[in-house]
Write a protein that binds this ligand. Structure first.
Ligand code: ADP
Ligand code: MG
Length: 489
């Protein structure tokens, strides 16, 4: 066989004839350095080519655009099956390449199915991986001329600043979001927005994305939920695609908007990866905005170094809107969706639904459905009726108390008897059934169920549940009885 460099030269010449993209070839493939050729552990018929690319981004790019072509060319030249491995070159301290900050451990990318030494073994559970990403990372920002066109990833174009109603409760978050959207990567980085559910965090994230992109279509903006980040990370670890994952999140966006970041807390590998992503973006003055259901200090199990980073920038909260804001939100939605909503109905709804804008809007949709089904228009009276049945539905929710009421009624005893310690059979059995059903439907710990039964301890409740489970198995009449009560819940 010919030597290493001759093989590669021959393959490269072949590529020049076949790849048909001369410029790309010389920009990306020519700088590849063939470090060595080895025999595959699987057999002599397969050769493994170890290439060094300029940097991690190049590894990712070649993998996506040229790997198959290079492989085909090498197979033609050598007449054997070929596998390719790419790793980024260690940069020399005097390197002129791009604006790199620090060295990454080499990240190998393999299509052979083998686990490269440092790309992570399979996770032992969904979120607790053995993988330990390097402390340092490299950031490659393509020179301006090569910078790809802008991108808007995951952004919902229905949410913008213009349809976000501002009141005292959200004024600070709104102003912060607008400041960031006007000057991404500027003074407020990261921006951390928190509130209880349904108060407009997600709306503001999309609004930031839409605003930035409409002002500058060259910007690359991505919205994703923390859950998306976690799932993509798991997938990348399992399929040895970490180089791609890292290149994507650390290098290919100017603005990263992550929703519900509290979900990463306590998930070690995700936190580790997020930490490096955060650093890469922050260091190169790219904007990060995250939202959460609570302030950084209250996110339990969140790594301290991430918590402090969240506090580097601006932390803004949203509280439930005041009544005027609630009315304005309703009217605005009605107008946008072309729904007729008389003022008194809007005021009535806003007065009764206070803590959650999503619920408020949901109610309007419910009224609209009612109006169109009955061929009438929304009125105060309709709003009243609908709210009444809505709160009854809420009242009908299953609770330990409602289970106790049904059980007591069935046996003709008082609910309070279920909380006593009376051992008579006519009380003891209903009590055990109530405990069993509470456990089955409420999915609470035994200890907490005990509180509803006059403060009984964990073992009493557990004993009752286990006992009923086994005896209902062997006693069809008991089983029938329980089913009968269940149907009344
Ligand atoms: P969160 O992410 O805080 O749970 P969302 O952003 O999903 O809340 O908001 C829930 C719904 O309420 C969305 O449809 C959103 O457009 C709407 N909403 C919330 N706050 C406002 C507001 N101030 N003005 C207009 N719509 C709002
Ligand atoms: Mg949300």
């Amino acid at each position: 066989m010919t030597n290493t460099s001759e093989t590669w030269q021959a393959a490269y010449r072949l590529l020049e004839h076949t790849a048909g993209t001369e410029k790309l070839l010389s920009a990306w493939v020519q700088p590849l350095e063939l470090e060595s050729i080895t025999e595959s552990p699987e057999g002599k018929d397969t050769l493994v080519f170890h290439f060094l690319a300029q940097n991690e981004f190049a590894v990712f790019w070649i993998h996506d655009h040229f790997e198959d072509k290079i492989k085909a060319a090498l197979e033609q030249v050598t007449g054997k099956k070929c596998e390719l491995h790419f790793a980024p070159q260690k940069k020399r301290p005097d390197s002129q390449d791009g604006r790199s900050f620090s060295l990454d451990e080499p990240l190998t990318l393999s299509r052979s199915g083998q686990v490269p030494p440092n790309s992570g073994s399979k996770p032992s559970s969904d979120t607790d991986f053995k993988e330990k990403p390097p402390e340092y990372f490299s950031v490659f920002i393509p020179p301006a001329s090569e910078k790809p066109q802008g991108q808007l990833v995951g952004i919902d174009e229905r949410f913008f600043f213009e349809n976000f109603i501002v009141g005292a409760s959200n004024q600070f978050s709104h102003a912060s979001a607008l400041a960031v959207a006007d000057n991404p990567g500027g003074q407020y980085n990261p921006l951390f927005i928190y509130s209880s559910p349904g108060l407009g965090k997600t709306h503001l994230l999309h609004a930031i994305g839409n605003h930035i992109f409409s002002k500058n279509p060259k910007m690359r903006v991505a919205y994703l939920s923390a859950e998306n980040f976690i799932n993509e990370l798991i997938d990348s670890l399992q399929h040895q695609k970490m180089a791609k994952f890292r290149a994507k999140y650390r290098e290919s966006f100017d603005v990263l908007l992550i929703d519900d970041i509290q979900f990463i807390a306590g998930k070690k590998s995700t936190e580790e990866e997020f930490f490096h992503t955060f650093n890469a973006l922050h260091m190169s003055k790219r904007q990060i905005v995250v939202t959460s259901d609570r302030p950084p200090k209250e996110i339990e199990k969140l790594e301290e170094r991430i918590r402090t980073r969240f506090e580097w920038g601006l932390v803004a909260d949203i509280s439930p809107p005041e009544i005027e804001t609630r009315i304005a939100i309703l009217k605005n939605k009605a107008e946008r969706d072309d729904i007729y909503l008389p003022d008194e109905a809007a005021t009535f709804l806003a007065a009764h639904i206070k803590d959650n804008v999503r619920e408020l809007e949901g109610f309007l949709v419910r009224l609209q459905a009612r109006a169109s089904l009955t061929g009438t228009e929304i009125s105060l009276e309709m709003a009243r009726q609908e709210l009444r049945s809505y709160s009854q539905e809420a009242d009908n929710e299953l609770t330990v108390e409602s289970i106790q009421n049904v059980v007591a009624k069935h046996f003709g005893i008082k609910p309070i008897d279920l909380k006593s310690s009376v051992r008579q059979k006519n009380v003891a059995l209903p009590r055990q059934i109530a405990m069993f059903l509470a456990r089955k439907y409420m999915r609470m710990p035994y200890k907490d169920i005990g509180v509803y039964f006059g403060g009984k301890d964990h073992s009493t409740i557990m004993h009752a549940c286990k006992k009923l489970e086994t005896s209902s198995f062997s006693d069809p009449s008991l089983k029938g009885l329980i089913e009968q009560i269940q149907n009344q819940l």
